[in-house]
Design a protein around this ligand. Structure first.
Ligand SMILES: [Zn+2]
Length: 109
């Protein structure tokens, strides 16, 4: 059985960190926007890189929120592909996984 209480706690901690990261990236993006950037300015590449990081962080926040939502609905730890319970040890290492080990292997193959 999955320990939902500690799973949720772990997810909430991850969410907090991801939101903090998002906030820091937003601040960096705002700073660059103030300077404005001309063509060929190396700062524009850095800005675009930060924007890509921000999109990743945003996606991460969404994934964690979905996992927390699943906790609420009692669907956390259930494989999205075959409906089998995911090994609790696997969930501990990969709290955001939505696939059991067998389906994850099949998806990769
Ligand atoms: Zn599965």
């Amino acid at each position: 059985m999955i320990d939902l209480v500690s799973a949720k706690k772990r997810l909430q901690e991850q969410l907090k960190e991801a939101l903090k990261e998002l906030e820091q990236l937003d601040q960096r993006l705002q700073q660059k926007a103030e300077y404005g950037h001309g063509k060929g300015d190396p700062a524009i590449y850095e800005w675009e890189f930060t924007l890509a990081l921000r999109q990743q962080a945003q996606a991460r926040v969404e994934t964690i929120r979905q996992a927390l939502q699943k906790c609420e609905e009692g669907r956390y730890g259930i494989c999205e592909r075959c409906g089998a319970p995911i090994d609790p040890e696997r969930l501990e290492i990969l709290p955001l996984t939505t696939l059991c080990i067998n389906c994850a292997r099949a998806a990769r193959a």
